[in-house]
Design a protein around this ligand. Structure first.
Ligand SMILES: [Mn+2]
Length: 254
């Protein structure tokens, strides 16, 4: 079961949700994720991709387009498949230039589109932008876990998340922090969690060696990161009191 309200997806328990971060055009890792998900009660588990499934470091091994095509396919076919917005999808929507390792990612992506769809690349780009605009920004689980690309942000309450992109993709400080933020001060994390009615949050975005637990904020690197690759096998039926309760649900990719 799931409820989509504006930019917020609610996943009530019981059940399980696999949380996967930052694929960045890595098709091999995406395949591993899909295989694991297929084995998880035959895709009855939720699969949450916390954004940045596009844009690899270089063009040589950039499978962003295959990944978007498959992400669109699975989104239509399964109501347990949940891609979220990341700052790289956001940059495609807003056409704001984004660099990774000194490489202009928007330009790379455009070249990739032209190569793949020589006669229809502009229509494809438009299709992808529309798809990215349809993506939720965050998930809140029934047991109080907030999942987004990054964060936290200054909000008054959960309504600010629900109505988030209605305020536009640009000049939107809450959206900006939920997609781009890299400093995660404990006081601000806890204040944010209190306001959105959660006890812990899970993000990607910042490359780490597998995972890093900073109080009630858990950073995961599932593909693009600094070494080990992990995902979260989140039990939606379990009581979560703090970030520590998530640590036992971390799984390593082999
Ligand atoms: Mn990111």
């Amino acid at each position: 079961m799931k409820y989509l309200e504006g930019d917020l997806l609610t996943l009530p328990g019981p059940g399980r949700a696999m949380v996967v971060t930052d694929l960045h055009g890595n098709l091999e890792d995406f395949r591993k994720v899909l295989t694991l998900w297929a084995k998880c009660f035959n895709r009855k588990c939720h699969l949450v991709l916390t954004g940045d499934f596009i844009h690899a470091m270089g063009r040589a091994n950039d499978h962003s387009i295959e990944i978007i095509e498959e992400v669109q396919y699975y989104s239509t076919k399964y109501d347990t498949f949940h891609p979220l917005l990341g700052n790289h999808e956001w940059a495609t929507i807003t056409k704001i230039l984004i660099y990774k390792g000194g490489v202009n990612q928007n330009l790379n992506f455009e070249l990739l589109l032209k190569e793949t769809f020589p006669d229809a690349w502009e229509e494809k780009l438009e299709e992808y932008i529309n798809f990215f605009q349809s993506l939720p920004v965050a998930v809140r689980t029934g047991n109080g876990v907030f999942i987004s690309h990054s964060g936290p942000a200054r909000v008054d309450g959960i309504e600010d998340i629900i109505n988030l992109t209605g305020k536009g993709y640009l000049d939107n400080p809450v959206l900006h922090d939920l997609l781009w933020r890299r400093d995660h001060q404990k006081v601000e994390v806890n204040q944010f969690l209190k306001r959105v009615g959660c006890q812990a949050m899970v993000v990607g975005h910042t490359p780490v060696d597998g995972y890093k637990l900073k109080g009630n904020l858990l950073i995961l690197s599932s593909s693009y990161g600094k070494g080990r690759k992990v995902y979260l096998d989140l039990d939606l039926g379990k009581i979560i009191k703090s970030g520590r309760d998530l640590e036992a649900m971390i799984r390593f990719f082999r």
